[in-house]
Design a protein around this ligand. Sequence first.
Ligand SMILES: Cc1cc2nc3c(=O)[nH]c(=O)nc-3n(C[C@H](O)[C@H](O)[C@H](O)COP(=O)(O)OP(=O)(O)OC[C@H]3O[C@@H](n4cnc5c(N)ncnc54)[C@H](O)[C@@H]3O)c2cc1C
Length: 439
Amino acid sequence: MTTLMSLAGTMQAPEVAKSARQAGFRGPVQLPGDEGYDAARMGFPALPNGIEQFPAVVAEALAAADVRAAVLAARAHRMPLAVQGTGHGTYVECDGGLLLRTSRMDAVHIDPERRIARVGPGAVWGQVIAAAEPFGLAPPSGSHAAVGVAGYTLGGGIGWLARKHGFGADNLVRAELVSADGKILTASAGERPDLFWALRGAGRNFGVVTELEIRLAPVATVYGGTAFFGIERAHALLAAFRDLAPQHPDELTVNAVIAGDRVGLRAVYLGDAESGRRTLAPLLAAGGEPVEQSFREMTYAETEGIGSTAPRQFELFAALPDDVLATAIRTVASGGADEIEVRHWGGATTRALGNGPVGHRHVPFSMTIAGTPAGAAPLAARATGGSFLNFLHDESETERAYTRADHARLREIKRRYDPENQLGSTHNIAPAHAPALAA
Ligand SMILES: Cc1cc2nc3c(=O)[nH]c(=O)nc-3n(C[C@H](O)[C@H](O)[C@H](O)COP(=O)(O)OP(=O)(O)OC[C@H]3O[C@@H](n4cnc5c(N)ncnc54)[C@H](O)[C@@H]3O)c2cc1C
């Protein structure tokens, strides 16, 4: 349905496109009715979140100068601006606004000496993994290679390397961005440290990032896979997981999963197969005889095959007493969720405290729940109320992703860098002294 805002945007569209060109925009620009508009307004491969959006203008940037031109054009015409790399993490429609696509800015350069990947905002993790692998290096990526480096890193980023090397955001060492008023800025520990802090976990709100430098880890092969057991072992396995995971070395990451009539473990050990087998053995023993097991030495790229649970709901837990475990088992058994993945965080995700607003670092456990809000409600009632930005789909709940103190600090920094709240169409952080949910 065409809203008043989208109608106004459509009428403004030719003027905004002209302004962008005059400000130096060189990439493709599509308006409603143009041949390429429908393909460009979607994500890649298509918005997976089920949102249909009808931007007034779709501008596909080729370089930082294009990003700057688009930001200035949207600002001059007071047109809402949305930024999209892959579209995987976009939950708010850009109707009647300027949709700035960065997917063509996907360059990846590896500096093996510094162990750094210099990455364009349109690159996806699969590109970085492939480019880093020949040097025996791996990035702090997540479960899927098609996810964008920018959205993932700026929203926190939890993956198999996090317990040893920190969140994706902790491994951001430098960013170049275009600010809301069209300045090209860099941020690092030594340059604009307040902005840099904010980018590491809330980075969608402070500029359009045009380049990221990401620290790589010396990881070539790992020991990883899954083991599944009959559902009758669920309580014993989950209780053992709860008790043993906090004692695991940072090299080992294990997620427990309740899936239909099975309970299982998904795990990666950053080391050789023999040590991995030894370290996992006590937890595997709690499951008894597996009905299926796939642990083996594999490349980092192959860890994608281990799988993960779709974060339709996500909750954090200060502790996992027996009755909470029983509630999780019952939730899957009763059809409230197709699958629940229990994760122990800890390790370097906890130690990097203070480097950025990402996550609730002191909270040890989470559940990723592939179910409806109603199905997840009994678990939500026992959770902390906090969340993790990359797994938080309801943008009206953005505050849940941050501690109260961090959120207040973010609003102050937002006031300095984007006082008119032009940026952050998904997961908005309103500038301090503005209404909390200002658009
Ligand atoms: C299949 C799948 C698996 C996933 N697995 C994990 C996982 O293991 N760990 C994890 O932490 N997360 C995971 N996620 C969540 C993922 O990290 C978020 O959805 C993330 O936002 C995706 O980023 P994107 O760039 O691909 O998406 P986009 O939709 O392009 O971007 C997401 C948000 O970031 C903003 N943004 C994008 N580019 C820029 C930029 N250049 N400058 C400023 N803001 C920008 C956009 O405005 C948008 O609001 C997964 C998601 C999917 C779909």
